[in-house]
Design a binder for this molecule. Structure first.
Ligand code: AVJ
Length: 322
């Protein structure tokens, strides 16, 4: 009973957000909804695409600078909670976790993810991979779960926000987000934040326009999810994927383009019309300069303490102190 209520509340929010996005003059959907079970798998496939350099760059940082990263997040011998926002499969953070365990450091790993599927898999698999790991998975929205984490313990917090997930927000929204994040932390808590850096525009565009078309499937999968969960009737063959990168403002954007005049229906709602060539804005992946990211820290109540780069300096993990 309780579970059914929870699920229907989630579906209601999903429905409200989708209708609001598709009924507005400039149609859009929220990329956080990409991640159902199929979306999780498609994102793992994207991470394996030769064009998608982000994962390998950040993995290189976590693999080759583990000790320095661990020293920078710990800052003292106190036990802490290691909270990861958007944990995914933890394939990057696992290097840090392993190192901290080997050092006998007292910490609890608290992965937060919007995907219940992701949290279930982590809770099943990680303890076997990392004996002795204390794990407390939290399924839900970042801030609701951060609040919950605060009620569960009053230990020092170290927050991981990897993968350039911060780039999924336009800069003004990212500023609001970081301020909200800061408000959930106490002085001297720390944040390890990953950000994709500005680079050759062709390299960036290729990462979001892979030859195998997995990014296209990743975007179309949200239409399939809407069909399934909201009883809608999108025809995925009638939408194409378009990605673009603006080197001036660093915004890489993904759209789905209607291939004809068409109408779609969602559940009980009024039909939604698409003109041929009308676009649905699906996702932003913001690229940063080092200076921009430092400024974001300073603007939101953090102090940037440390920068870690991969060899090509395509990606950066920064330590921010609250
Ligand atoms: C998981 C948000 C960092 O924006 O690069 C990958 C998601 N979208 N390919 C990104 C994504 C298309 C990814 N993030």
């Amino acid at each position: 009973m309780h579970m059914n209520l929870l699920i229907s509340k989630e579906v209601n929010t999903f429905r409200k957000d989708v209708l609001q996005g598709l009924q507005s003059t400039s149609k859009h959907l929220e990329s956080k909804y990409f991640y159902d079970a199929t979306g999780d798998q498609l994102f793992r496939d994207i991470m394996n695409c030769p064009e998608y350099y982000l994962t390998n760059c950040e993995l290189e940082i976590l693999k080759t600078q583990t000790a320095q990263l661990a020293a920078a997040i710990k800052s003292s011998a106190e036990p802490f909670d290691l909270i990861e926002l958007g944990a995914g499969d933890a394939s990057k953070s696992i290097y840090l976790l392993r190192y901290l365990l080997a050092q006998n450091h007292a910490f609890t790993y608290m992965p937060i993810d919007i995907s219940g599927n992701v949290i279930a898999q982590l809770s099943n698999k990680l303890p076997a991979l990392l004996p002795g790991l204390l794990i407390n998975g939290l399924h839900g929205e970042y801030f609701e779960m951060l609040k919950k984490a605060t009620t569960l313990s009053s230990r020092r917090k170290v927050v991981l926000f990897l993968g350039s997930n911060i780039g999924n927000m336009p800069l003004t929204e990212a500023t609001i987000f970081c301020k909200a994040l800061r408000s959930h932390l106490s002085i001297h808590d720390r944040l390890l934040i990953g950000a994709d850096l500005k680079k050759d525009p062709k390299t960036i565009l290729a990462a979001y326009n892979d030859k195998a078309g997995i990014t296209k499937q990743f975007n179309l999968n949200l239409l399939k999810r809407i069909n399934r969960e909201l009883q809608a009737d999108f025809d995925c063959n009638q939408f194409d994927h378009y990605a673009c990168y603006d080197p001036e403002n660093g915004a890489c954007k993904s759209y789905l383009v209607s291939l004809q005049n068409q109408q779609i229906t969602i559940d009980g709602a009024a039909p939604i019309s698409f003109h041929k060539d009308e676009c649905i804005a699906m996702e932003i992946s913001q690229k940063f300069t080092v200076k921009q990211l430092d400024q974001l820290a300073l603007d939101t109540g953090f102090y940037p303490v440390n920068h870690f780069f991969d060899d090509k300096e395509w990606f950066m993990d920064s330590i921010w102190e609250a």
